[in-house]
Design a protein around this ligand. Structure first.
Ligand SMILES: O=C([O-])CC(=O)C(=O)O
Ligand SMILES: [Mg+2]
Length: 389
């Protein structure tokens, strides 16, 4: 059993939307296919992965050094004999050969994307949905059969007035979501408050709305927003300041007793640990949003979950960024609190399996081997072209 080849292609997910920090006019992501020599249903098993929005495609890094480390490794060293399968942990170790600690820049995205495809292949070889495999191996067989998801959107873009923002949010509620998220921080505070109030008219209550500043604010602005947001009783206030400014986050906690969220731009278990040690985050109400596709994949994610456990954090406080099916599987199989969803943006990568409706805020997973990409036809068309083309 061996990995025969790993392919990457960088595809566009460009759109006119913007958050408080970046626009997405040139956004790309990597799609990866891990081709194995294992035959199922008469065809080689191919594992697929992609990186979530926000960090651009990583093909150059992959080709420069990561892919060869797998294809040049002794295939025997990458096998999990206990399960007669590929060993994602050994593959991860091979990927990280001669990489120094620290510096979790973009290589964590390259490795995370390859790791996603490896787990897809492993679950396909085992003939199970990934969430089932995870529950069987790591949670005594107990998987969640549905996952709470919220609809992320509410971006800024040219010509988007309050009524368009309201229409967008209404359409998420119509599709079964009970919490929605919108961007803040690209407009002055007064205008953002008017946008929030427009959305509240549609969603009804602050507990059904989260806001995301994408790391834009300095401490003073973060606190000014906190004071202004308080009366709305929002679901959460996300990434107020720079993702690595733990002192800012800790100071914000002194001014905002309602739920805060952050962590989508922390790319290792060491960074996650620093946030929980020094960021003033509260295990009884705050949320962390680590995204495996940006942070060295599921092998590293398990270390992050262990760090959380050691620091007294339940895995139910994790609601990953990225709106992808890999995190959906991790949420169901390893008992996270939920997952982000992009019902409309970042297509065909956003959203979940075709034909599975969100009901009262929860979504189920397709009962097919792997991550479930084959059940999302527009996404699978892109993947298949890479893997089988
Ligand atoms: O706009 C983005 O970069 C995505 C993001 O922060 C989120 O989904 O929370
Ligand atoms: Mg965010």
């Amino acid at each position: 059993m061996r990995i025969v080849e790993i392919r990457e292609k960088t595809v566009s997910i460009a759109s006119p939307i913007a958050n408080a920090y970046i626009d997405f006019s040139k956004m790309t992501c990597s799609v990866v296919a891990v081709v194995t020599d294992v035959i199922r249903d008469g065809k080689p098993v191919i594992g697929y992965g992609f990186n979530s929005n926000g960090r651009y495609g990583q093909g150059a890094l992959m080709r420069d050094r990561f892919l060869d480390r797998i294809t040049e490794a002794d295939p025997e060293s990458l096998i999990d004999h206990e399960h007669n399968n590929l060993d994602p942990f050994a593959i991860w170790k091979a990927l990280m050969t001669n990489e120094k600690p620290g510096g979790h820049g973009e290589r964590s995205v390259a490795v995370g994307t390859i790791d996603m495809a490896v787990w897809d292949a492993v679950a396909k070889i085992e003939g199970k949905p990934l969430y089932r495999l995870l529950a069987d191996r790591y949670r005594n067989g107990q998987a969640d059969d549905k996952v709470w998801v919220y609809a992320a959107g509410g971006y800024y873009y040219p010509g988007k007035d309050h009524s368009k923002l309201q229409d967008e949010m209404r359409s998420y509620l119509d599709r079964g979501y009970n919490v929605v998220k919108m961007k803040i921080g690209a407009a002055p505070l007064d205008e953002d408050l008017r946008r929030i109030e427009a959305v509240l008219k549609v969603v009804g209550d602050g507990s059904r709305l989260a806001v995301d500043a994408n790391g834009r604010f300095d401490q003073e602005t973060a606190i000014a927003y906190a004071e202004a947001l308080k009366p709305y009783g929002l679901f959460w206030y996300e990434e107020a300041g720079d993702p690595l400014d733990y002192a800012l986050q800790a100071e914000l906690a002194n001014h905002y007793s309602l739920p805060m969220a952050t962590g989508e731009n922390l790319f290792s278990h060491q960074d996650a640990r620093n946030l929980l040690r020094h960021g003033g985050m509260r295990a009884d109400r705050d949320f962390v949003q680590f995204d495996c596709a940006l942070s060295y994949g599921l092998v590293e994610y398990m270390r992050t979950l262990k760090v959380m456990d050691e620091l007294g954090w339940s895995s139910r406080r994790v609601v990953p960024h990225g709106g992808h099916q890999m995190s959906l599987n991790i949420a169901a199989g390893l008992h996270l609190g939920g997952n982000e969803s992009y019902p409309d943006v970042f297509q065909p990568f956003g959203g979940f399996a075709d034909g599975i409706q969100v009901e009262n805020g929860y979504v189920g997973l397709p009962d097919i081997p792997g991550v479930g990409f084959e059940a999302k036809s527009k996404l699978y068309a892109v993947m298949r072209e890479l893997g089988e083309g």
